[in-house]
Design a protein. Sequence first.
Length: 243
Amino acid sequence: MSSSEPACEAVVLFSGGQDSSVCLAWALSRYGRVETVGFDYGQRHSVEMQARKVVRSQLAERFQDWKGRLGGDHILEIRGFGAIADTAMTAEREFELTDKGLPSTYVPGRNLVFLTYAAALTDRRGAKALVGGMCETDYSGYPDCRREALDALERALNLGMAQDFRIETPLMRLTKAQTWALAKGLGGDALVNLILEESHTCYRGDRGARHDWGYGCGDCPACELRAKGWNAWVEAGRPELAP
C-alpha cells in the first residue's frame, strides 16, 4: 500500500449476491475505507463475477457518502479448490441432499478457504476487519456458516498470522426477510432496488427471468430462499431494520 493511499480498515468478501451486497453497504456505513475481495473457484453461476462489478459501481454512483469510502477490488483465482470439491456449485449435478444429509451445493470448507485467503489479503492491506455474509438463521445447512466455526477460524488465523483480525458477520442472526429490512435501513428503497435489480443469487446463473424478488431460475435452492425472504418482508409491510 503506497503512503498516499488511504488506509484500508475492512475487507468484505463480496460475491455480488444479495447477502454480500448488504454486507458491503453495512461495512461502508461503518468504516472509512473498505475494499472487496471476490473468488473465482469455477462456480457454475459465474455471472456473479459480472454482477459484483455492477453492484460496486452502482453503490459508488448512487450513494455519494459511500463513494469516497469504497476502495479497491481484488479477484483471487482458486479454481483448483473448486475442482476438488466436485459439487453442484462447480459441476453439472442435481440440487439434492447428499449421503451426508448436506445439500449438494455445499462446497466443503469454502468459507474457511475464502476467509483464509481474505485474511492474507487483509494482512497485506493493513486492515483488521473481515466482513462476510455467513448466516446460520436462514441458510442451507452449510456447517461453515456457523458462528462457532468462524470463531474457531478467527482464533486460528490470529494465532497463525500474529494478528488481531475480527471476522464480522452482520447477517449471522438474521432471516432473509430481515436482510431485506437491513438493506432498507442502510440505504432506503434506493439500496433495496439496487440489490433487487443488480445482485445475483441464482445457482444456475439465470438472468433471463425477472421475478418480484429479482432475477433467477426460480427453483434452485438460492432462488427459493431469496423469494421466501422477499415475500415475507413484503407481507410484513417492508419494514426497516436499523443497522
